[in-house]
Design a protein around this ligand. Structure first.
Ligand code: NDP
Length: 453
C-alpha cells in the first residue's frame, strides 16, 4: 500500500472511532499527513502497524469529581487522564481545567505531547488530563476542594516513574499546590509526581518562565537561520496567561516590542509595548480581566471580543514582524493568516498548542512566511519540567541561570533536529514536517523494539 493510502486508511479509522472529537482528528491529520515521506522510505512502520497503534491511547481514564461548593452544595465535574504513549518514557503532560475540556480535547493534547516530548531529546512519553471545571469565579477554598477531589481519583494512576502531570490552561502554581498536597496526604510519599511545584517544595527555578522563554528562543533560531535578528522587531502576542506573559517578558529583554496581549474577553493594544509587571499583577496575581490593565495603563487600547470582526481574532490585525499565538487552540484561522501576511508578518511562532487551523498553516507556509510549530516552539515547558524531575531525583537545586542556559540549549537542539530532518526529507525549512518526522521516528522505532503491545 502506498504511504498516502496507508495514512488515509488510518485517518478514516480515527474519524469513525472518535465521533465528535474534532480537535483530535485535526491533530492526527496534521501529524500523519506530514509523515508521508518517511513512510514512503521506511515500509517497517506500516509492517509493524505503527500508525494504527500510535493514534490509540494506551489507556484513557474518565472519572467523576464531586466536591462541595461554598454554599454547601454538591458540584460534579468530569475528570480525565489520557496515558497516550510510554514507548520512550513515563507519561508526561499537563492538566487543563477549563469548561471546554472533553475527551477529544484531552486526546488532541495528549497526542501532540507524544511527539513534542520525543523532540526534546529527553526520555518522556506523552499524556494529558484535565477537567471541565472552571476555576474562574471560584473561591480559593472551592478550588482547593475541587483539586483534592480530583487527586483523590487521579493519585492511583500516577507516580514519579509512571505518569507525571503538570499545569496547563487553568492549572498554575496554586492548583499544583493543592493537587500535590492531596497526593502526599493519600500516599504518604513526597516524590516528584507533579512538575510546576512551588520553589519551597521541589519546584525548579525558571519552570514558570520556561514555555514563554523557550518559545522566543525558538523564534530566534528561525530568524537567525534566515539572516534576521529579533532585536527591534514588533511582535503581537495573544493570551495573557503563563505562556503569553513570559513570551512578552523575554521579547522585551531581547529588545523586541510586544504590542498586544489578550484574554477570553478582549485584547489590549499598546504601541509602546505591554508592561509585563502590570500584566502579571492583573492576570497572574489578581486573576482579573484585561479591562483592569487598561485602567492602569492609560495609553493601552482595549477591544472587547464582541467588537472583533466576524469570525476573526483582532489581535492578528495589528501589523507585526512576528506573531506569537499563545492562548488556545484554533485561535488563528486562514483569514487571520491572510491579514498577517498583508501586514508584512515574517514569522508565526506557536506558543499555544495547535493555535493555527490546518488552513492557516497551509496559507502561511505557501505564502513565504516562516512557521514555528507548537510541538517544537512550546516544548520548553515540558523540557524544564523534565529538568525539575532530574533535580528532584538527585535532590539538587540548580540556579535560574543554570536552568535557563539548559533551556536555551534544548531549544537550539530542537530547532536543529527539526530543521535537519526537514532537509533530510527534501523540504528544507518545513518545520512542521521536520518536527513531526523527528518526533515520530524515535517513538515509532522504540515501539518496534518493544514488540506488539
Ligand atoms: P493560562 O491558563 O495561564 O492562560 C491561558 C490564556 O489564554 C488566558 O489569557 C486565557 O484568557 C486565554 N484563553 C483560554 N481559553 C481561551 C479561549 N477559548 N479563547 C480566548 N482566550 C482563551 O494557560 P497557559 O498560558 O499555560 O497556556 C496557554 C496555551 O499554551 C495552551 O494552549 C496550553 O496548552 C499551551 N502550553 C502551555 C504550557 C505551559 O507550560 N503552561 C506548555 C506548553 C503549551 P482568560 O484569562 O480570560 O481565561
Amino acid at each position: 500500500m502506498s504511504a498516502a493510502s496507508y495514512i488515509e486508511r488510518v485517518l478514516a479509522e480515527v474519524k469513525d472511532s472518535s465521533p465528535g472529537q474534532d480537535e483530535f482528528y485535526q491533530a492526527a491529520e496534521e501529524v500523519l499527513h506530514s509523515l508521508a515521506p518517511l513512510l514512503e522510505k521506511e515500509p517497517k512502520y506500516e509492517e509493524n502497524g505503527i500508525l494504527e497503534r500510535i493514534v490509540i491511547p494506551e489507556r484513557s481514564m474518565i472519572f467523576r469529581v464531586s466536591w462541595i461548593d461554598d454554599a454547601g452544595k454538591v458540584q460534579t465535574n468530569f475528570g480525565y487522564r489520557v496515558q497516550f504513549n510510554s514507548a520512550i518514557g513515563p507519561y508526561k503532560g499537563g492538566l487543563r481545567f477549563h469548561p471546554s475540556v472533553n475527551l477529544g480535547i484531552v486526546k488532541f493534547l495528549g497526542f501532540e505531547q507524544i511527539f513534542k516530548n520525543s523532540l526534546t531529546g529527553l526520555s518522556i512519553g506523552g499524556g494529558k488530563g484535565g477537567s471541565n471545571f472552571n476555576p474562574k469565579g471560584k473561591s480559593n477554598n472551592e478550588v482547593m476542594r475541587f483539586c483534592q477531589a480530583f487527586m483523590t481519583e487521579l493519585y492511583r494512576h500516577i507516580g514519579e516513574t509512571k505518569d507525571i502531570p503538570a499545569g496547563d490552561i487553568g492549572v498554575g502554581g496554586r492548583e499544583i499546590g493543592y493537587l500535590y498536597g492531596q497526593f502526599k496526604k493519600i500516599t504518604g510519599s513526597f516524590e516528584g509526581v507533579l512538575t510546576g511545584k512551588g520553589l519551597n517544595w521541589g519546584g525548579s527555578l525558571a519552570r514558570t518562565e520556561a514555555t514563554g522563554f523557550g518559545s522566543v528562543y525558538f523564534a530566534q533560531n528561525i530568524l537567525e537561520k534566515n539572516g534576521m535578528d529579533i532585536k527591534g522587531m514588533r511582535c503581537t502576542v495573544s493570551g495573557s496567561g503563563n505562556v503569553a506573559t513570559y513570551t512578552i517578558k523575554k521579547l522585551q529583554e531581547l529588545g523586541a516590542v510586544a504590542v498586544t496581549c489578550s484574554d477570553s474577553r478582549g485584547m489590549i493594544y499598546q504601541e509602546k509595548g505591554i508592561d509585563v509587571e502590570t500584566l502579571r499583577q492583573v492576570k497572574e496575581v489578581g486573576r482579573q480581566s484585561l479591562t483592569e490593565y487598561a485602567k492602569l495603563q492609560p495609553d493601552a487600547v482595549y477591544t472587547p471580543v464582541k467588537e472583533y470582526p466576524e469570525g476573526r481574532n483582532a489581535v492578528w490585525d495589528i501589523p507585526c514582524d512576528v506573531a506569537f499565538p499563545s492562548a488556545t487552540q484554533n485561535e488563528l484561522n486562514e483569514a487571520d493568516a491572510k491579514a498577517l501576511h498583508q501586514n508584512g508578518c515574517k514569522l508565526v511562532n506557536e506558543g499555544a498548542n495547535m493555535p493555527s487551523t490546518l488552513e492557516a498553516i497551509e496559507y502561511i507556509q505557501s505564502n513565504g512566511m516562516f512557521f514555528g510549530p507548537a510541538k517544537a516552539a512550546n516544548a520548553g515547558g515540558v523540557a524544564v519540567s523534565q529538568l525539575e524531575m532530574s533535580q528532584n531525583a538527585s535532590m539538587e537545586r540548580w540556579s535560574f541561570v543554570e536552568v535557563d542556559t539548559k533551556l536555551f540549549g534544548i531549544m537550539k537542539n530542537i530547532f536543529n533536529t527539526a530543521y535537519d530532518t526537514s532537509v533530510e526529507f527534501g523540504h528544507p525549512g518545513d518545520l512542521v514536517m521536520g518536527a513531526n518526522i523527528a518526533g515520530f521516528r524515535k517513538v515509532a522505532d522504540s515501539m518496534i523494539d518493544e514488540g506488539a503491545i
